[in-house]
Design a protein around this ligand. Structure first.
Ligand code: PLP
Length: 340
């Protein structure tokens, strides 16, 4: 077994896309594949999402959009974030990317979605100018679709009143959480990221919303030993055995994206849930075992019931940040794409 085995299940991804398409009603679904598809692999995910019925793709940067364009010649690709130079805009124009624009200066010769300020206060126009011909869409982004539906509804009301006169343009506002919980956010298209990966936008169990995690991550016990009372494992001696205690060493660490603040979370060793103990190193961490287990015993870090949501809770973050951080490059991991 490789020290860090990452499996991306495109079958699960397709099923999630179909679940979201049902939730989206008549709206189109645009698959958000920024940040290497939240760590899952941008091109693989984009192809599967389109195959399952997504009508377009969203990324954060023009370079991401250009990389997608190399693979998908005709599909719509919307860049959600700002351009960093006029050179980038020229590349976007040549590649037929669509751009979300949040200021008065609207580039020519490229399809534009105007981003409106309704409460996120990140990027966005507070007033809608008379839209020039370049403008094909009007959009906004919700700050609290996952946590505060009242505030989200207030944002949507603001969006509605700013855009009512322009309903011939494509209007879009929903992220994954809004697609699942706020039917009034659907408009013409929904922009779904986290949920297509089978991650819960609410940081609860994704199966509650009919979603299946797409990413699984496995390693194995590279070493097993018994600590005597008073002996510790790892940097800083943050875990000290009080009685004779079996521990296993897993050859994955924060250099692989198994973050240092995951101490205390649970992974599955053989069939059993075991706690991560002591300080997580760059290339390894320790698990507490209730008995001696053989070297080579598989360790599930994510997937097969080990939820990114639980790890996120232990680390004080969100599932998005965890999967974005998983190192999938060939120098650290073996990544396999399946279609089950
Ligand atoms: C990232 C992003 C999304 C996707 O959000 P999820 O919560 O992952 O579904 C949608 N819209 C915009 C503008 C984004 O930046």
């Amino acid at each position: 077994m490789h020290r860090s085995e990452i499996t991306v299940d495109l079958g699960a991804l397709r099923r999630n896309v179909r679940t979201l398409l049902r939730a989206a009603g008549d709206a189109q679904l645009w698959a958000v594949v920024k940040a290497n598809a939240y760590g899952h692999g941008m091109v693989d995910v984009a192809g599967a999402a389109l195959g399952a019925g997504a009508s377009g793709l969203c990324v954060a940067t023009i370079p991401e959009g250009l990389a997608l364009r190399d693979e998908f010649r005709v599909q719509r690709i919307l860049v959600l974030g700002p351009a960093s130079s006029s050179r980038e805009v020229a590349h976007a124009r040549a590649a037929g990317l669509e751009l979300a624009i949040a200021d008065e200066e609207i580039p020519e010769g490229v399809r534009v979605h105007l981003k409106l300020e309704t409460g996120m206060n990140r990027y966005g126009l507070s007033e809608l100018p008379a839209p020039p011909a370049e403008v094909v869409g009007l959009m906004t982004h919700l700050a609290t679709a996952d946590t505060d539906p009242e505030f989200a509804r207030a944002q949507l009301e603001r969006f509605e009143s700013m855009t009512r006169m322009h309903s011939q343009l494509e209007r879009h506002a929903a992220n994954s959480a809004a697609t699942l919980r706020l039917p009034e956010a659907r408009y013409d298209a929904v922009r779904c990221g986290v949920a297509i990966y089978g991650l819960s936008p609410f940081n609860t169990d994704p199966t509650d919303d009919g979603l299946e995690p797409v990413l699984s991550w496995q390693s194995f016990l590279a070493h097993v030993k018994q600590l005597q009372p008073g002996e510790s494992t790892g940097y800083g001696r943050r875990y000290v055995a009080e009685e004779p205690t079996w521990i296993g060493i897993v050859p994955v660490g924060y250099g692989d994206g198994f973050r240092r603040d995951l101490t205390g979370t649970e992974v599955r060793v053989g069939g059993e849930l075991c706690p991560v103990v002591g300080t997580i190193s760059m290339d390894s961490f320790a698990v507490g075992l209730d008995r001696e287990l053989p070297v080579g015993t598989p360790v599930v870090l994510l997937g097969h019931g080990i939820l990114a949501e639980n790890h996120a809770r232990a680390a004080g973050t969100i599932n998005y940040e965890l999967t974005c951080g998983v190192e999938t490059g060939p120098l650290r991991a073996r990544r396999t794409v399946i279609d089950a």
